[in-house]
Design a protein around this ligand. Structure first.
Ligand code: ARG
Length: 607
């Protein structure tokens, strides 16, 4: 039914038929109509291609959406904003979607008609995309996320990257893009000098079998300390690294084993998180591409020698304050070149990233490449993208940055002993704590079901705590808060879902979607309003790479449901009212489950 672009739903005999354009959200439709009304009024005074912004109102007392178009255009039209707004409202006429009002200095407020929410929710019942339209121009998008370093501590930044990156991938796929997820692990760094020596001299095979990631990390740490104490050891380790880089068979074999066992360990973690990658093209995958790439950049005049190293300097394209190759010191702009080959011939992180970008644009045909990496690497990515501009390579290249995770003391999140916190430890602790929550809430639940639910609640809590933050701000990792059954937490949303589902266990005949939905009580109208917004929130969450928009929406939806459930009896109502209320419940459950699914969070049926 919803494959057609336009579908006609009769909502009220007295109202004209309302055309619901499923490919367009309410604000888009209002904005288009507004644009044509403004054209009628202003004629050539309307700037070419002007598309008036229609944004959700902060306060529902002023309606659902608002536009400041009259205020923006009044000057050009040689009139005052209120006067222009008045003309707009008159010309707009009787819209089946919303009624219009003027407020303040010339805002146009739109109050969506309850009939329109009713028709849209009725339509959503038959739409497996729940009102979310596919993008018009699907892209091929590579998402680079997680990317821990072999034998180095997986810092908490990797937790953020892993969770945000996975969600962006799910969102983009759902919107219709072709998504390629690539785990660009750090598998070719200087750490391998120490690891090789440690492998040969101190590694305990048993430890390695038990927990490869931990074992390699502790070998690395031990050798690191030893190097500071024992003279000459650092040189010995460096020699091991040089041997590896020049293709020594024994060292290559050990290196391969390190990667293999690390991958097994990581896969275990990712599978607990229900996260997977299409590719694992680590840094080492690009080794052969580095030398020719540097030669090419020299030949094109983009890179040049400086103190024996090969560097890329500013080409003066940007204003100094936007130039990633300049830094201001004492009122002067000083060069910060990107080094792509060291004086000793070694290549760097930047060189690998340039080669990686080439590979992705050429072999994956990527239009967009998003790097989900912490904010401290901002300069690095700005330089990489700018070098690509110099080479004439264009695309939607984004650094999706994020802040740090802090402990309750507002200092970087660490274990009690001051170590970096491993992702595995976080998962284990979350599940243990979630088990307690479930024990208290549902002591009678069978043990195996308890374990299953605890997994969903624990993992969900970590993910939701992450995704409900504005990614650019630092956030405090707080176990009690993220596992609370109230507030904007995964357990609260999971519990809301469970409550909705429990309603359906109490009805005699299976639920079947009604043709029409009737909305009367304020709480019903508000719940319908929230449900219809799903189609707006999902696309904008992806456009801005801000999962917190969707998280905040889901929380508001759950609250709208609870208010509705308190104000409007469902099972004790009758006839059409009951049918409509059940339909709102059904949609609430579907949207909650689907939205949390976009976060990779499972919803239990009971908890
Ligand atoms: N391994 C890097 C780190 O731990 C992250 C890699 C991010 N991806 C990239 N293409 N540079 O900091």
């Amino acid at each position: 039914m919803w494959n057609n672009i336009q579908t006609c739903v009769e909502i009220d005999k007295t109202l004209m038929k309302v055309y619901i354009t499923r490919e367009m959200t309410i604000p888009t439709q209002l904005s288009q109509k507004l644009a044509s009304v403004l054209k009628q009024i202003l004629g050539d005074a309307l700037p070419e291609g002007f598309s008036p912004a229609v944004t959700p109102s902060q306060d529902l007392r002023f309606g659902d959406y608002q536009s400041n178009a009259a205020m923006m255009l009044a000057k050009q039209a040689r009139t005052n904003p209120r006067q222009l707004a008045t003309q707009v409202v008159e010309q707009f006429g009787d819209s089946p979607i919303a009624s219009l009002e003027i407020a303040g200095p010339g805002f146009i407020n739109f109050r969506v008609r309850p009939e329109y929410f009713a028709a849209n929710t009725a339509a959503m019942l038959h739409d497996e995309r729940l009102g979310v339209a596919l993008v018009e121009q699907p892209k091929t998008l590579v998402i680079d996320f997680s990317a821990p370093n072999v034998a180095k501590p997986m810092h908490v930044g990797h937790i953020r990257s892993t969770i945000i990156g996975d969600t962006l991938g799910r969102l983009a796929r759902f919107m219709g893009h072709t998504v390629i997820t690539d785990n660009h692990i750090g598998d070719w760094g200087t750490q391998f000098g120490m690891i090789l020596w440690g492998w040969k001299n101190i590694l305990n095979q048993e430890d390695l079998d038990k927990d490869p990631i931990e074992a390699l990390l502790s070998v690395y740490k031990e050798v690191n300390t030893k190097c500071k104490e024992e003279e000459g050891l650092l040189e010995t380790c460096k020699a091991e690294l040089v041997k590896l880089q020049s293709g020594d068979t024994e060292n290559l074999e050990i290196w391969k084993k390190c990667i293999a066992v690390t991958k097994i360990g990581l896969e275990k973690i990712y599978s607990q998180l229900n996260i997977s990658f299409d590719y694992w093209l680590g840094e080492s995958a690009y080794n052969d591409a580095l030398a020719p790439l540097v030669e090419d950049l020299i030949a094109k005049g983009i890179a040049r020698e400086s103190d024996g190293a090969i560097c890329v300097f500013s080409d003066g394209f940007h204003k100094p304050q936007n130039d990633p190759f300049l830094v201001q010191k004492n009122g002067e702009w000083l060069p910060v070149p990107a080094i792509i080959r060291k004086a000793d011939g070694g290549f760097l992180y930047a060189t690998t990233d340039l080669a990686t970008l080439d590979y992705r644009t050429q072999n994956f045909n990527a239009d967009s490449i998003w790097y989900v990496v912490g904010a401290p690497q901002d300069k690095h990515f700005k330089q990489i993208f700018d070098i690509e501009r110099m080479r004439g390579v264009t695309g939607d290249f984004r650094h999706v940055a994020f802040g740090s995770i802090l402990g309750k003391d507002r200092k970087p999140f660490k274990t009690r002993s001051g170590d970096t916190v491993s992702l595995q430890d976080v998962i284990d602790e979350a599940v243990t704590r979630a088990t307690k929550v479930i024990e208290e809430k549902s002591p009678d639940m069978p043990a195996d079901q308890k374990a299953e639910v605890a997994q969903m609640v624990g993992i969900g809590a970590i993910k939701f705590a992450e995704l409900s933050q504005n990614r650019m701000s630092d956030y405090i990792f707080d176990w009690d808060k993220m596992l609370a059954l109230t507030g904007d937490t995964a357990p609260y949303l999971q519990n809301s879902y469970v409550r909705v589902r429990s309603i359906f266990r109490k009805i005699e005949t299976p639920f079947s979607a009604p043709e029409n939905i009737h909305l009367e009580a304020d709480a019903e109208i508000h719940l319908a309003r929230m449900l219809v917004r799903y189609g707006e929130v999902v696309p904008s969450t992806l456009d801005d790479c801000r999962p917190n928009l969707l998280a905040a929406y889901l929380y508001d939806l759950a609250r709208a449901f609870h208010s509705f459930y308190e104000a409007c009896p469902v099972l004790r109502s009758e006839g059409e009212v009951r049918e409509s209320r059940l339909a709102l419940c059904e949609l609430t459950a579907r949207v909650l489950k689907h939205g949390m699914g976009l976060f990779g969070i499972d919803m239990p049926d009971r908890m």
